[in-house]
Design a protein around this ligand. Sequence first.
Ligand code: SAH
Ligand code: SF4
Ligand code: F3S
Length: 439
Amino acid sequence: MISRHKKCHIITFGCQMNEYDSLRMAQILSDTYRLTPFAEDADLILINTCSIREKAEHKLYSLLGRLRPLKQKKPGLKIGVTGCVAQQLGKRLFSRAPHIDIVAGPQGLYGLPRALKAIEDGKTHIAMTRLEDKFQIPQVSVPLPIRRPTRAFVTIMQGCDNFCTYCIVPFVRGREMSRPPQDILSEIRSLVEQGVKDITLLGQNVNSYGKNLPEPVEFPDLLRAIDDRFPELRLRFTTSHPKDLSDDLISCFSSLQGLCEHLHLPVQSGSNSILRRMNRKYTIEQYLEKVEKLRKTCPGITITTDIIVGFPGETDKDFQDTISLLEIVRFDQIFTFKYSERPGTAAATFTDSVPEEVRKERLQQVIELQNRIGLEQYRRLENSVMECLIEKGQGMKLQGRTRGNHVVNIIENKQLVGQTVNVFIEKACHHSLKGRLVN
Ligand code: SAH
Ligand code: SF4
Ligand code: F3S
């Protein structure tokens, strides 16, 4: 049977919110388009972009260069650039790459069906980059087309009001707006009906969820409501801003059955003076106090973080404070970034930038230190039995995830995807574990 659908290929850069938005694009276009994994087959190519660091932005330009010959060969092909670079550069992208047809920011993507129709009617170069202060993520009745059988993301809020001085997000994602709990619950229900067993709630700062809803709801209330309705579901969330991590939220780690023992708590730097210049609104002492409370409430909780090295004005002493912090907290995993200047942010006006060579050296030092600490943290799990949800399996290889978010590789030829099994951990590697099934 020949499908009446056209084909759409989506390429996603950036964070989990962009992954979610890419599914949303597939969802709202599903009347007319089916997804294809091959760019060459597509009638529409959408590139969902990230502008968090300069490198992320460069990926877009090299990809656009590679797509130009494809468009020349197939004049009917439409190309759309969506997401954070689209929001930031808007119409300017058309002069940089005239073979783009549509530019749509994170709010504008909901206008894609209309824009595609207009292009078919002969319009060219459509930009949808207005940022509404009170933007609400629309509800769509068709289910989200999930990519993995067991695990999914659900965006619970848009935008960010924190304005950390290095960060572009508040400029490209607009003001913070929460989705009403009933929208979130019905989306989770539909995912659970599709077989999803592990859900991560997404927001730039989930701890301030609910602030602007007509009936105020706090984030722990939302967690309790989800846990209550879906007691079998593994529940996670990201990202938590340390300044807003409340005692009530910490207590959820011991009181809610579904809430997994993992928290990503970005610290960014170990130096109070750098944290002040980053506008992070907490001190290292306050951060450490929260880590201590978390570990007391939920022994063994996996704690991960983000670190930026080479922020303007970061001295050797400031950097040493970050090194000491890593030794003190002993994170299970960290994500490290070299500071990248973002146009329009406050830090872009700071004049005391750290030389590139020093940034590189500091990044290397942090990575090496964490490689050691991370492996030591993972080794503590050797010879224990852990509950694993099997996420994929092919031939002799199964891959699962623990509640603490460790990836576990298992040599076993069984159909177990979607099942929760007990696994004996034989060996720790960097960023993963090896184990065997326990009968
Ligand atoms: N909302 C989340 C994170 C958003 S971006 C939070 O507040 O934690 C993810 C990470 O990218 C940040 O935690 C930060 O470590 C890093 N990042 C953001 N802007 C950056 C920049 N200009 N240069 C380098 N890293 C950056
Ligand atoms: Fe960026 Fe800070 Fe908002 Fe996170 S909290 S998105 S780092 S401004
Ligand atoms: Fe990148 Fe936008 Fe996410 S800038 S990190 S895709 S919010």
